[in-house]
Design a binder for this molecule. Structure first.
Ligand code: SAH
Length: 400
C-alpha cells in the first residue's frame, strides 16, 4: 500500500505540499491551537490526508500538519517548525503514548492507549481490551498512515487482533467511509475484561464508542468510594457505575433507555455474583419525575447522560435538560445524599455546568457542596491549546 510519508523517509526528493496561512490562521497556529479551519489558509489544491509544510503569510516555516481537503478543519498540527514528521516520529509517538499508560495504569486491561491530538497523532484512537485492540482512524491524515501504525502496534504489543471501529460519523466529515472490519487477526465478538475487581463482557463491534466508556473508568472507582445505601444509576449503559458501587451498597436501581445495554448490565451483574442491582428500562427524565412524585428517596444518585449539547447552538436546550435531571435527582436524595453528576458535552464548560448545578440546588431548596471535581480518565489527557480535548466533567456533591 502507498503510504504518505514525507519525502525524507520515502526516498523521494520532491518537497511536501505547502500551505500558507492567513494572518489570522498564523496567529491561531502560534497561539497553540492544533486545528486550522479552511477560511484561515490561502486556498490550496492538495490531496486529502497529505502531510504538508505550513507557512505563515510571510513565508516563514511554522511546521507540519495533516491536510484535509474535505473537512472544515483543513489542518491538524503535527510538529512545529524545527521537527519534520516522518515514520520514525510516528513510532516514537506511539511508544511514548503506550509508555505513559504503562506507567499510570500498569496491568489495567481496558484502557485508551492512544488519544488523538493529545498524543500527537491527530485522529488516532487505540483502545486496549485485554489482548485485543480496537482502533479508530478519524482523520484522512491518519488513515493514510494506517499500515505503519498497525505494523508498529503489532511489533510492540503483539495483540491477538486489531479491529477497526470505523463506524464513527466523523469519518464522513473527513471524506472517509464508515465500516467495521478486522485489521489484524480475528477479533472476537466479545471480550471479557476485568476492571478494578469487576468483570465486564465487552461487545467490541456493537458496543458504544469502542465497546466501553473508558473515559469514566477512574470516575466509577472514585464514585464507589462515596456511595452507600440505596442507589440510583441513571443512564447506566452496561452498568459501569452500578457494578462498581453495588458491593458496598444496599441496592442499586440501574436505569437506561437501551434494552441491549440493560441486558449486558444484567449479564455483567450475574457474572460477578452481584444480586442487588435491578435494571429498569425507562426514559430517565420520566423516571426521575415519577420517583420524585412518589417520594422515593435514594442515598446516592449517578447521572451520566449522553452529550446534550452537541454544538454551541444547542446550549440553551442542553442547559435546561441538565438542570432538569439534576434538580429532580437532588429532590430524590436523602439528607447528606451523594450526587455523582457528569456532562460529556465539550460545549458546556465546567463553570457553566457548576452554575446549572447551583441553580438546580436553589430550585430544589437543597444546600449542596462539591466534594470532588473530576474529569476524564488520565488515559484521555487534555492537550493544552485544544480546549475541545477537555470534554468530560464529573462532579461529586453532598446534598443536605
Ligand atoms: N454510565 C455509563 C455510560 C452512559 S452513556 C458508563 O459508565 O459506562 C449514556 C447512556 O444513556 C446510554 O446507554 C444511552 O442508552 C442512555 N440514554 C440516552 N438518553 C436516555 C434517556 N433519555 N433515558 C434513559 N437512558 C438514556
Amino acid at each position: 500500500m502507498a503510504v504518505n510519508v514525507p519525502a525524507e523517509t520515502s526516498g523521494r526528493t520532491t518537497a511536501p505540499g505547502e500551505v500558507t496561512l492567513t494572518r489570522k490562521g498564523a496567529a491561531r497556529w502560534r497561539g497553540g491551537h492544533p486545528w486550522i479551519f479552511r477560511d484561515d489558509l490561502v486556498p490550496a489544491d492538495l490531496p486529502n490526508g497529505e502531510i504538508v509544510a505550513v507557512r505563515g503569510p510571510g513565508g516563514d516555516p511554522l511546521g507540519r500538519a495533516f491536510y484535509g481537503s474535505v473537512s472544515k478543519i483543513a489542518l491538524r498540527r503535527l510538529t512545529g517548525p524545527k521537527v519534520s514528521f516522518d515514520a520514525a516520529l510516528v513510532r516514537e509517538r506511539l511508544d511514548a503514548a503506550i509508555d505513559y499508560r504503562e506507567t499510570i495504569a500498569p496491568g489495567v486491561a481496558a484502557l485508551r492507549l492512544v488519544s488523538s491530538d493529545a498524543d500527537g497523532l491527530p485522529g488516532l484512537i487505540v483502545d486496549r481490551y485485554g489482548e485485543h485492540l480496537v482502533l479508530q482512524a478519524l482523520t484522512a491524515g491518519i488513515e493514510r498512515l494506517l499500515e505503519p501504525v498497525l505494523d508498529h502496534l503489532t511489533r510492540r504489543l503483539s495483540p491477538a487482533s486489531i479491529l477497526a471501529r470505523h463506524d464513527a460519523g466523523v469519518r464522513r466529515l473527513e471524506g472517509l467511509t464508515e465500516e467495521i472490519r478486522p485489521l489484524r487477526g480475528e477479533p472476537p465478538e466479545s471480550v471479557e475484561i476485568e476492571d478494578a475487581g469487576i468483570v465486564f463482557l465487552v461487545d467490541l463491534r456493537a458496543g458504544q464508542k469502542t465497546g466501553l466508556f473508558l473515559d469514566q473508568r477512574e470516575n466509577r472507582a472514585a464514585a464507589a468510594g462515596y456511595l452507600r445505601g440505596r442507589l440510583l444509576d441513571a443512564f447506566c449503559y452496561d452498568g459501569g457505575f452500578a457494578l462498581h458501587a453495588a458491593r458496598r451498597s444496599e441496592s442499586v436501581e440501574a436505569v437506561d433507555a437501551s434494552e441491549s445495554a440493560l441486558a449486558r448490565a444484567t449479564a455483567n451483574a450475574a457474572r460477578n455474583g452481584i444480586t442487588n442491582i435491578a435494571t429498569v428500562r425507562a426514559n430517565v427524565f420520566d423516571h426521575l419525575s415519577e420517583a420524585d412524585r412518589s417520594r422515593r428517596r435514594f442515598d446516592g444518585i449517578v447521572l451520566d447522560p449522553p452529550a446534550f449539547a452537541k454544538s454551541r447552538k444547542d446550549i440553551d436546550a442542553a442547559a435546561r435538560a441538565y438542570k432538569e435531571i439534576n434538580l429532580r435527582a437532588m429532590r430524590c436524595l436523602t439528607r447528606g445524599g451523594v450526587l455523582v453528576t457528569c456532562s460529556c458535552s465539550y460545549n458546556l464548560h465546567e463553570d457553566e455546568f457548576v452554575e446549572i448545578l447551583a441553580a438546580a440546588a436553589a430550585d430544589a431548596g437543597r444546600r449542596a457542596v462539591i466534594v470532588e471535581k473530576r474529569s476524564q480518565a488520565r488515559d484521555h489527557p487534555v492537550l493544552l491549546g485544544l480546549p475541545e480535548s477537555h470534554y468530560l466533567k464529573c462532579l461529586i456533591l453532598r446534598v443536605d
